[in-house]
Design a protein around this ligand. Structure first.
Ligand code: ZN
Length: 354
């Protein structure tokens, strides 16, 4: 009986019985936010304030939100619709919450986990990649969301967490991949794994330790001879000396690579300039120069010319966990979603979370 009780309690620690909800940070804007749909705008206690097909939101004096230029008396509003709510090109189902935050309108959206994963899979990968890669992505994304949710209340809809563009990006194959893996997550020792993923690793995935400082046994880094055919395998980035100086806030004379990680990535950079030499983590230089410009820290070229500086490297992204382009090649070779996940997160297993 005791063993039975213990088992029940341990299982309960991992499994929940209902699908969780995800709260997403959609974005914020210092200028007007125009929302379109069959809209109803309510105050924080449900006070009816507006009904119509479109409305402009902006922050007025004292942080009070205004609707079409009229103060509402509230700094938080609930917007609902029986269908979708559009903000520019992005669309969200049923609800948006608006809040004034330092002179900007900040928007959040709440949705069931499975709908969120449908949007993430469709935002991350096209349908032409096929069902098995999309299923692997669905399980990795669901696990990542559950891990993140246990650490913070609000998930970001950009690459800072997982990309979620909105309803307009959804496609049928993503829906099927999510449905066929409903509730499944990757676990390590019966706990949700921290399933980082990225576009292309450049030949060897990175360990979590060398990038994020964790030490998960299933994120030690694996050889990946599978992403070299991808357009994301090699990158080049040229920046004028003037722009580089502006971004780094000094007259830069050289950037030195300091140390190499086990997977061949640059550990730190030392920036030499007319100011004091400055050492920074390689990921920090990526952030400053732009993640989609300086695509990885697996650097193969650094050339300081008179007018510009050229960087080159392999891979796209931080390099930890599943390599999406590698997963595509594995699926083309006939591997299943489970085999793909086993390869990039060795030692983990798939379990039903709810
Ligand atoms: Zn790879």
């Amino acid at each position: 009986m005791k063993v039975f009780l213990f088992l029940c309690l341990s299982l309960q620690a991992l499994f929940v019985w209902a699908e969780p909800e995800i709260k997403l940070f959609v974005g914020s804007s210092k200028s007007d936010v125009r929302l379109v749909g069959d809209l109803k705008v309510l105050g924080p206690e449900g006070q009816a304030l507006f009904q119509g097909k479109s409305v402009n939101l902006e922050v007025g004096s004292g942080g009070i939100l205004e609707l079409d230029g009229k103060p509402t008396g509230f700094s938080e509003l609930k917007i609902s619709s029986p269908g979708v709510i559009s903000w520019g090109e992005r669309q969200f189902r049923h609800n948006i919450e608006a809040r004034s935050d330092k002179n900007a309108v900040s928007l959040t959206h709440q949705l069931p986990l499975e709908s969120y994963i449908e949007g993430v899979v469709a935002s991350e990968l096209p349908k032409s990649w096929g069902l098995e890669v999309l299923k692997a992505q669905a399980i990795a994304a669901r696990t990542y969301a559950i891990w993140q949710k246990s650490h913070k209340e609000l998930l970001d809809s950009s690459v800072m967490d997982q990309v979620y563009h909105g309803v307009q990006r959804e496609h049928e194959l993503a829906k099927r991949a999510v449905k066929e893996t409903a509730g499944q997550i990757l676990t390590y020792r019966a706990k949700p794994a921290h399933t980082f993923f990225h576009a292309a690793c450049g030949g060897h995935t990175a360990s979590s330790e060398e990038v994020f400082g964790g030490n998960e046994p299933y994120l030690k880094g694996v050889k990946c001879p599978y992403c070299h055919t991808s357009p994301a395998y090699r990158w080049k980035y040229e920046i004028s000396r003037k722009d580089l100086d502006k971004k780094l806030g000094a007259n830069v004379s050289k950037i030195k690579s300091i140390g190499e990680t086990n997977s061949g990535r640059v550990k730190n950079f030392r920036v030499l300039s007319d100011a004091k030499p400055k050492e920074m983590k390689s990921a920090e230089l990526r952030r400053i120069l732009g993640y989609s410009n300086f695509r990885s820290t697996l650097l193969t070229k650094k050339n300081f010319g008179w007018g510009s500086v050229e960087f080159g490297g392999r891979g796209f992204g931080h390099g930890v966990g599943m390599c999406q382009w590698g997963a595509l090649t594995l699926a083309k070779k006939g591997k299943t979603a489970k085999q793909i996940l086993d390869y990039y997160y060795p030692g983990t297993e798939i379990r039903r979370f709810y």
